[in-house]
Design a protein around this ligand. Sequence first.
Ligand SMILES: [Zn+2]
Length: 484
Amino acid sequence: MAANFTPLISYMKSAFQRWAALPLSPLGRINRVKMNILPKFLYLFQSIPLFLPKSFFKNTDKLILSFIWAGKTPRVKKFSLQRSRLSGGLALPNFMYYYWAANIQKLVLWVQAPSLPWCHLEAQSCISISLPALVFSSLPIALSQYTDNPVVCTSLKIFYQFRRHFKSISASTMAPICNNHLFPPSFMDSTFSLWEKKGLKCLEDLFINNVLANFSELSSSFSLPPSHLLRFFQIRHCVSSLFVGFPSLPTKSAWEEVFKLNPHKRGIISQIYATIWSQDDSYNIKIVGAWEEELGLELEDDYWGRALDNIRTTTSCARLSFIQFKVVHRAHLSRSRLSKIYPNVPDMCENCKLSACNLSHMFVLCPKLQTFWNSFFGTMSDILKIKLDLCPLIAIFGVSSQCQPLNHEQASVVAFASLLARHRILLSWTSPQPPSISVWLRGLMFFLKLEKIKYNIRGRGDSFLGKWQQFIIYFNDLHTLEVD
Ligand SMILES: [Zn+2]
């Protein structure tokens, strides 16, 4: 550790100090971490199995977050930043998950490619037990009984750290029947090796249609002679003691599926990394709950998925994307939140004197904002030639609910236009004056020029016009009217 990771941490610290002077946005800083720091860590993670305690990653994350937020208090939860772009995050690397993913890839090779020379060597170092038996074992397990090979021990220790983190400590049905410490008869009885040759290799092979098969079903599938009945009872007893819900096949965890992937495929570590994330879906629940409570409605999974997607798809401008990211992830400080931090700050809107002055109030529900939002929805209805009612969901997330279905073009216009409206509201967050609709329109036209350039660079000028032509015509007419 001292030889490998300590110099890397010092390098990271000095790099952060150097980059701190650069005019980088949080998104730019995240990209720096992704491009310049992560590959150096990944290289080490892949080269040597070295056990790192979770506290190591906690401290690394602390350094990274302090760099990203330029030493200020982080406004968004670390996990929200680390989520993939497809799940509404900013894809800040989670170093601990990458550490686990790099290690798991080696174990997938143990299971899938045992004939590789180094896999063979590591398997040989285990006393009468197979590597898959150790991988798929229930936890805890006294490893020193089975191997004294430091590489094997550490690789498994890292893997068990991962499994314990996700509370996945029961045995897997992917465990082999032979050379398995959980099934001692397999050490003494060569019949089970015969089963293996006939294709009956792991515990899950004993299940047919998700239920443990009976002996006659197995003997017809794997041509077992009637004399093997006693062995069947032995393994049946073992299965019944290992898995709750016997005789049903236990549901597989996401990590178990990883062992069926092709370990030689390009991008396998990213795929394992994504699988690790898929085990962790608790992070959204709090944010969704907070929005639901404020708005007094239920956000369906599908709607929430579209709202998260919207962060990535609304604009190609990193600055605006980041604004939408912060809105959805509730990064802004409302008066309600301030009053919780500072007891002398009342939870009351300074403009309308109503409470609670939470984020929904400050973005849309405040009576002082009604003129602004009415004009916004009126203008959008005129331009899109549809009747678009004032909807808090569009005002906050830029996504319409099923009550007001929009086609693809309309939806992207509404997403972008409403994002600029939120941008306006944020600019006058603490001002007594509500934002003005004409300033919003002008801001929108300004950012639209940048969007147009990006569309043209990608050779998608037609698609830009398809979306925005009506809007530009409207704005130009408006301009003439004003001059008149
Ligand atoms: Zn108010």
